[in-house]
Design a protein around this ligand. Structure first.
Ligand SMILES: O=C(O)CCC(=O)C(=O)O
Ligand SMILES: [Fe+2]
Length: 315
């Protein structure tokens, strides 16, 4: 559970940094799960002659780097979500036991419980972000899982159905996040209103509303987290290091309230009133997403944002 002074800090500033929110074992299991996944992807590309065969001692980061520089899509196979559009039965995604344990880990849920109460749903708006060094990225690249994330409010990137939903974002560092390698930045202050967003590059706060003067970068060590309110403006710095920076962003809302992306599956992560409602089996979690993929591959595109790029703020 969080302390009173942590809660007070969160209420005043709209965010909170918590070191060691995830224990080393959970982190190691997640790294090992992704390493296995990387081996499988790499072996597939090697079999097609797209990459050199793996050599002994070649590790996760070596393979990832070859994949990135070769222009292969490793992002979607690693993501713990479906994409915004063009979903097919073959769209890859990743739902495994280690990530499931991460999402359900006790210390995260304890912290979340202090902030939103004890009926906690794992919100399906969640991503992995393994960002390459900016100098290796093509100048035309704008996607927020590759380059710096523009200023936005998370409430601004949900559908309006969630405007009254109580939720928090838990941004977890899997590698140390530093100012150099592109850590998160927030604007401090007690934000209570949605700021106008535009959809120019990424969906982001309209230029004249960006609270640049309040910008606070938040470096955090692997296993640490930044927890923030849905109206807290935030973004991330660009990765000016030589290595990759890896984070997950997870969200949790009060059970029964709309998630903001209800065409994706949610699950009860904790319930003090009905513990039997909690999802405990990672395979069921994966099945929920497979079912959603099947359904969405056969349905009309569902827009995920509400903003109109013709708004006067976006000129
Ligand atoms: O990691 C990033 O670049 C941005 C993450 C973000 O916007 C979020 O966690 O809500
Ligand atoms: Fe965000």
């Amino acid at each position: 559970m969080l302390t009173e002074s942590q809660v007070e800090f969160f209420n005043t500033n709209g965010y909170l940094v918590v070191e060691d929110l995830v224990d080393q074992e959970t982190l190691e299991n997640v790294r090992a799960e992704y390493s296995k996944l990387m081996d499988q992807l790499y072996a597939g590309w090697a079999a097609e002659g797209k990459v050199p065969p793996p050599t002994p001692g070649m590790e996760f980061w070596d393979k990832l780097d070859i994949a990135f520089r070769g222009g292969f899509d490793w992002y979607q196979p690693f993501d713990i979500s479906l994409p915004h559009d063009n979903i097919t039965d073959e769209t890859p995604m990743h739902f495994g036991p280690a990530v499931f344990s991460l999402v359900r880990s006790k210390k995260i849920l304890d912290a979340v419980e202090t902030l939103i109460g004890s009926e906690i749903t794992s919100n399906p708006i969640q991503h992995v972000r393994i960002k390459p060094p900016q100098k290796a990225v093509d100048a035309s690249e704008i996607r927020a899982h590759v380059v710096a994330t523009d200023w936005h409010q998370d409430m601004g990137v949900t559908l309006p159905e969630a405007d009254n939903t109580k939720f928090v974002t838990v941004w977890l560092a899997i590698t140390d996040a530093t100012i150099e390698n592109g850590c998160l930045q927030v604007a401090t202050g007690n934000y209570k209103e949605m700021l106008p967003h535009c959809t120019k590059k990424q969906t982001g706060i309209a230029d004249q509303f960006i609270p640049t003067d309040k910008a606070t970068p938040l470096p955090v060590k692997a296993g640490g987290a930044v927890i923030f309110h849905p109206l807290t403006p935030h973004g991330s710095l660009s990765n000016n290091s030589d290595g990759y920076r890896w984070s997950f962003d997870l969200r949790y809302n009060v059970t029964g309230q709309p998630t903001g992306r209800s065409h994706f599956p949610e699950f009860v992560a904790r319930s003090r009133s009905n513990p039997e409602n909690e999802l405990k089996d990672w395979q069921e979690w994966r099945q929920l997403w497979s079912d959603a993929r099947y359904r969405l591959a056969r349905s009309e595109h569902i827009p995920q944002h509400r903003w109109d790029s013709n708004s006067p703020y976006c000129a």
